[in-house]
Design a protein around this ligand. Structure first.
Ligand SMILES: [Cu+2]
Length: 213
């Protein structure tokens, strides 16, 4: 019934633990309570390094919520805020989340050791949250979030998901930029007969590429 057509790409270039993040998304839920829709987004870590499938919808309400997806992508390691703190403490701070249906996000900041390590080990997953409630079946459409009870379930549920794929820099000279390889991953929503969303993630871990033989 609803095919949102949402999609996105993200590239993270790591220099040590310093991450330069470049992201484009389009087709996400655009408005929320008469304002631009806030999309909290994270690096999820310490899971299986994968996005969940529709089978993760344990309660059968037609949406894979954040908790149901956790066995696949793990917990929150880093929050992609627009300013300030980027730790899990800011995970649901909708005032510092990028917003709107289409946006570009560019920021350079230092990852926690744990997040950086998970990125290097190919076990990091990018999740963008925030669905349009009108695309969900009842009662999910009017349910409250399992994470933030003051918000709708749709607001915190995953909308886009993609594992980051480390790309060895190979011939890239030290200090030079690397080329990121995008990998698309289908994300399945069961709502109303499926909306297919895709996202892509990539990482260039150039610093240690030559030392891990
Ligand atoms: Cu998340």
């Amino acid at each position: 019934m609803n095919n949102s057509g949402a999609s996105g790409t993200m590239t993270i270039t790591l220099d040590g633990n310093e991450a330069t993040v470049s992201q484009n998304v389009s087709g996400l839920a655009a408005t929320f309570q008469n304002g631009p829709y806030p999309h909290v987004q994270h690096i999820h870590i310490n899971g299986q390094g994968q996005c969940p499938t529709a089978e993760a919808d344990a309660n059968g309400d037609g949406v894979v919520n954040t908790a149901e997806g956790k066995p696949s992508y793990g917990g929150i390691g880093t929050t992609f805020t627009t300013s300030g703190d980027t730790s899990p403490d800011s995970a649901t701070d909708i005032d510092r989340a990028p917003s709107g249906g289409n946006y570009t996000y560019n920021r350079t900041f230092t990852l926690s050791e744990e997040s950086a390590q998970q990125v290097r080990e190919n076990n990091a997953v990018i999740v963008v949250h925030g669905l349009d409630p009108s695309t969900l079946p009842e009662p999910a459409a009017s349910a409250q979030s399992e994470l933030v009870p003051s918000l709708p379930l749709a607001a915190t549920s995953p909308a886009l998901c993609a594992p980051l794929t480390a790309v060895p820099s190979g011939g890239a000279a030290a200090g030079a930029g690397g080329t990121a390889e995008m990998q698309q991953h289908p994300w399945l929503l069961t709502a109303g007969g499926m909306a297919l969303l895709t996202a892509a993630g990539a990482v260039v871990a150039r610093r240690h590429a030559r030392t891990h033989q």
